[in-house]
Design a protein around this ligand. Structure first.
Ligand code: NAP
Ligand code: ZN
Length: 354
């Protein structure tokens, strides 16, 4: 077994704390990565606090991972020792079903998607997976991304979830010049959605509950800003947008924002609040609106996104922290007080547990 050290929560009410554990041995198709940087996604918080149900404790979160290849299995040709590598939300899947074969491994029809953490590794030893708030990780090489060396490695990790989750639907819906895109919620996903939609040529409006973020939205490239708390501004923008991408992590009234779409406009949900969505049928029927959602992205699509970001010089706005700051960082994410993604410098784990 491979020895690891990380930060784990022992139950839904406990803070994350130092924990030593073991990972499975490297198989022929696997790589071992020394983790350098790990992003903090709001999904980590939802799962640590068991807001979606089914969390297995102890949980080591983290699915925005960047590091260097430390070792490769005997069959691996895609990577060599020292390569810069990334891991997102998945580390294995069946590879045989139609969805796996069409780069939609997150929807493996055999239900064998192995998530990076809080998941049973049904493709290997049925152990529980542990994520990126740790010094190393073992993953199927087919699920590991090449990270372009031109990107600042201290900032690149959030692309592995926040980047792909927003790139995927914007690309699928062919967002381009001439489209008006509203991004609801300026957090980790929201700020990536702004940068990517702008790079695709769209006119982007930031729709935020935090008026203090207006100047930042402009710096990120948003041409307009809509204060979601100002009813008159919402009414004045009725039927304006071709697309809205909703990144909000907390329960909110979808019907209000659906009113901002044009006829046949598309509302893309990527935020996953703990409470069920309540939609009035009339909110989508008037104007034949399209209500859809999107879940992360496939492995090849994630590689495409990394290459797109390298080509357009797109990187997240990050605050680099040591691992012992992680519990304060969680509270600041919950308070919408992060610009706009925390990234953990994993070298800081070496100061722990002595
Ligand atoms: P985040 O950084 O915390 O951003 C969420 C934003 O939502 C906040 O910055 C805030 O923006 C807004 N918000 C928060 N509380 C609110 C409230 N009570 N009312 C209205 N707006 C509120 O979170 P994130 O990491 O971007 O993740 C966002 C959501 O996407 C989470 O639910 C996460 O689990 C989910 N997610 C989904 C996928 C997927 O595959 N679909 C992948 C990753 C994450 P303003 O202050 O600007 O309003
Ligand atoms: Zn995530």
């Amino acid at each position: 077994m491979i020895k690891s050290k990380g930060y784990a929560a022992k139950d839904q009410h406990s803070p994350l704390e130092y924990w030593e554990f073991e990972r499975r041995e490297l198989g022929p198709n696997d790589v071992l990565i020394d983790i350098l940087y790990s992003g903090i996604c709001h999904s980590d918080i939802h799962q640590v606090r068991d807001e979606w149900g089914g969390t297995q404790y102890p949980i080591v979160p983290g699915h925005e991972i960047v590091g260097r290849i430390q070792a490769v299995g005997s069959e691996v040709t895609k990577f060599k020792q020292g390569d810069l590598a990334g891991v997102g939300c998945m580390v294995a899947s069946c590879g045989e079903c139609d969805n796996c074969k069409s780069d939609q491994q997150q929807f493996c029809q055999q239900k064998k998607t192995v998530w990076t953490y809080n998941s049973v590794d049904v493709m290997h030893d049925h152990s529980c997976t542990y994520g990126g708030y740790s010094n190393n990780i073992v993953a199927d090489a087919n699920f590991v991304l090449h990270v372009p060396e031109t990107l600042d490695i201290t900032k690149v990790a959030p692309l592995l979830c926040a980047g792909i989750t927003t790139y995927s639907p914007l690309k699928r819906w062919n967002v381009r010049k001439g489209h008006k895109v509203g991004v609801l919620g300026l957090g980790g996903l929201g700020h990536m959605a702004v940068k990517i939609a702008v790079a695709m040529g769209a006119e982007v409006t930031m729709i935020s509950h935090s008026p203090r973020k207006k100047a930042d939205a402009a710096l990120l490239g948003a041409q307009k800003f809509l204060n979601a708390r100002e009813a008159s501004a919402i009414t004045a923008s009725a039927s304006y947008f071709d697309f809205i991408i909703d990144t909000v992590s907390a329960p909110h009234d979808y019907n209000v924002y659906l009113s901002l779409l044009k006829t046949q406009g598309v509302y893309i949900c990527v935020g996953i609040p703990a409470a069920p969505m309540e939609i009035n049928g009339r909110s989508i029927m008037g104007g034949n609106k399209i209500l859809t959602a999107s879940s992360i992205g496939g492995v090849q699509e994630t590689q495409d996104m990394l290459n797109f970001c390298a080509a357009h010089n797109i990187l997240p706005e990050t605050e680099l922290i040591d691992i012992d700051y992680v519990n304060e960082a969680y509270q600041r994410v919950l308070d919408s007080d992060v610009k706009y993604r925390f990234v953990i410098d994993m070298a800081s784990i070496d100061k722990q547990g002595k």
